[in-house]
Design a protein around this ligand. Structure first.
Ligand code: HEC
Length: 217
């Protein structure tokens, strides 16, 4: 995944020619935790250990003074888009692409709230959970076992599927026979997902008195 930024001071007759490559990322450098790249939440960060990307270091310097800015570095110095969450990475978000959609950032997941993740203020905590998002999922593979289909890094496609399904599977708006076959599959999907959470709660960690935790259905 790669991205460009506009550098008004660059050589080039047209604006297109003044677009400067900012970086390319082909992996998340999964073993490099936050403490290995950044001294603290506000940096400074060294990108040397992030070997699965190339950052245009000249552009980092050239775009440093306002009104230009080089704001496309994300979590721990990984490449992220100029319009994307500054604490994420291209691959981190895009490798979650699939259907049904799952949270695209650790902060957005239910466990992220439980772990009180805050990449702005405390990017170094809960690495074992957070680094799940900075592993490398191969294209065509799903990110989570709750997903049925990969959309091959395309988040636009996963959002489109999500929208299509919410409209076409709505049984108040559609005649049952007008619904696509995937709607029936999703009803089964929601049952097995509920069951698996139920099983986890029932047979997971024992409660205080030694009894299994039971879900309050
Ligand atoms: C914070 C998460 C996040 C980050 C980081 C991110 N993206 Fe995205 N990207 C998205 C989402 C969500 C969409 C879909 C938006 C929509 O359809 O409205 C998207 C859409 C895209 C698309 C359109 C194609 C598609 O279907 O996915 C491209 C291309 C893309 N991003 C490239 C990049 C590149 C290159 C980077 C890094 C420089 C990057 N993105 C970083 C979340 C992210």
């Amino acid at each position: 995944m790669g991205t460009f930024g506009y550098d008004g001071n660059a050589r080039g007759a047209t604006p297109w020619e003044r677009m400067t490559p900012l970086g390319i990322q082909w992996g998340n450098s999964p073993k490099v935790v936050f403490a290995e790249t950044c001294a603290g939440p506000g940096g400074p960060c060294s990108r040397e250990k992030l070997t699965e990307q190339w950052i245009n270091e000249q552009a980092v310097k050239d775009l440093a003074s306002p009104p230009l800015n080089f704001d496309h570095l994300g979590y721990g110095g990984r490449l992220a888009g100029p319009v994307d969450n500054a604490n994420a990475s291209c691959m981190g978000c895009h490798q979650t692409a699939g259907f049904p959609m799952v949270p695209i950032l650790p902060e957005f997941s239910p466990n992220g709230a439980l772990l009180k993740l805050d990449a702005g203020r405390r990017p170094g905590v809960a690495q074992s959970f957070r680094m799940m998002y900075y592993g490398n999922v191969a294209s065509g593979a799903v990110f989570s076992d709750t997903q049925l289909y990969s959309s091959d890094y395309s988040l636009q496609l996963s959002m489109s599927l999500q929208n299509f399904i919410s409209v076409r599977c709505d049984n108040t708006a559609q005649q049952p026979d007008a619904r696509p076959a995937v709607c029936a599959e999703l009803i089964e999907w929601s049952k097995v997902q509920r069951k698996s959470i139920g099983d986890l709660l029932t047979f997971g960690s024992p409660a205080a008195d030694g009894a299994p935790i039971r879900s309050n259905e």
